[in-house]
Design a protein around this ligand. Sequence first.
Ligand code: WCA
Length: 408
Amino acid sequence: MGSIGTTNGSGIGHGSAAVARRQHAEGPAAMLGIGTANPTGVEVPQNIFAENLFRVTKSDHLTELQQKLTRICEKTGIDKRHFHLTEETLVAHPELYDHDAQSLDNRLAMTVDAVPKLAQCAAAKAISEWGRPASEITHLVFSTYSAWGAPSADLRLATLLGLRPTVSRTILSLHGCYGGGRALGLARELAENNRGARVLVACAEITLVCFGGPDGGNLVGHALFGDGAGAVIVGAGPFRDGEQSPIFEMVHATQTTVPKTEHALGMQVSGSGVDFHLAIQVPTLIGQNVERCLLDAFRGGDDDDDDGHGAHLPSPLSGNGKWNDLFWAVHPGGRPILDNIDKVLQLEPEKLGASRHVLREYGNMSGATIVFVLDELRRRRSLLPEWGAMLAFGPGVTIETMVLRCPR
Ligand SMILES: CC(C)(COP(=O)(O)OP(=O)(O)OC[C@H]1O[C@@H](n2cnc3c(N)ncnc32)[C@H](O)[C@@H]1OP(=O)(O)O)[C@@H](O)C(=O)NCCC(=O)NCCSC(=O)/C=C/c1ccc(O)cc1
């Protein structure tokens, strides 16, 4: 027995090492198709959001609270958001804004199909751009906090898209706003370590699970979050006939948890739904930690001698304007988060333009938002420098960082 799993003696080890080497893809993983979608029913301009919310939840008597939400809405940098939840649904389900009512079952019943369907719309666009049939997808990574149950939303999405029964599925739940960054990081590793793999990343969020009356203490969440889905096809070379050429290469990725910040961002599930907690310090915490994460991510690439791109990574240094040599895909978690990143990295005004555009047009769609930012950057591709950085944040506090390259 002694030789199984060892690299000396039997030759089994050498053989398995060779198999492992053959399983590696050629070159870095890349995004080969990007798609986004929003619910089509409800689009709410931010300047009437507070008035609407208080009216539909029969809370007009809470005038001070309404004034406060109006003040907060004005500072979000958001123009409009899209929602799955309609006024008719709220009339039929007053338990959705009664925080003493047991409403979790009804909420989940409303999202169980809607979340994978929204993801399907985004995925269909990503697959169409990729240029190959859905049956060639080998892996699915689905991130959502809005739909729970087993069989889970990833299986429902796989069925809706007609993925093959051997597709290797993973669902990421409750990652909140860094779910998209984590799903892309995982897809990168799957694509580079499984020759021929084509990974569908899907993120979809419907805020109905956490909707509540304005007296529930989550005014900032009300002002910030919207519904949406994003999808990306990730694969590494060799590339196939008919495939879209790489949009962004995913050169190196890191995940950092900022110590002792568990209290800052969170989600609590109860019989009455899902409550968010967003501490007032979050924008400052992210501003204080983001540069270290970026330096680690760009330095980390130098250690990856095997993958062949470490030696070519640029080495941006703080304070000398070098961060402005990159393009930026930053999760627009909130306007002050973007402002703080601008300040800390001394970015030129338009560097976070794609993130601010997405925040303005859609609000914060948690994990799906980063895909919208990548989609927007892709539209501006001819203007982008060669190298870029992606940042996503969420509970932990967790910061996902990825070094990107825009091939010429
Ligand atoms: C638009 C805000 C709310 C206000 O803008 P501002 O420039 O800070 O303006 P002010 O300083 O004048 O604040 C306006 C009011 O908002 C209040 N406020 C200001 N942040 C707060 C505050 N976190 N609390 C509760 N009152 C506040 C503030 O006290 C003040 O109240 P008042 O004096 O009565 O008008 C801005 O601070 C903002 O966007 N904050 C949110 C940032 C944030 O934490 N974003 C989440 C990033 S991470 C992420 O996206 C993940 C989310 C997630 C997803 C899924 C999960 O499961 C878990 C998490």
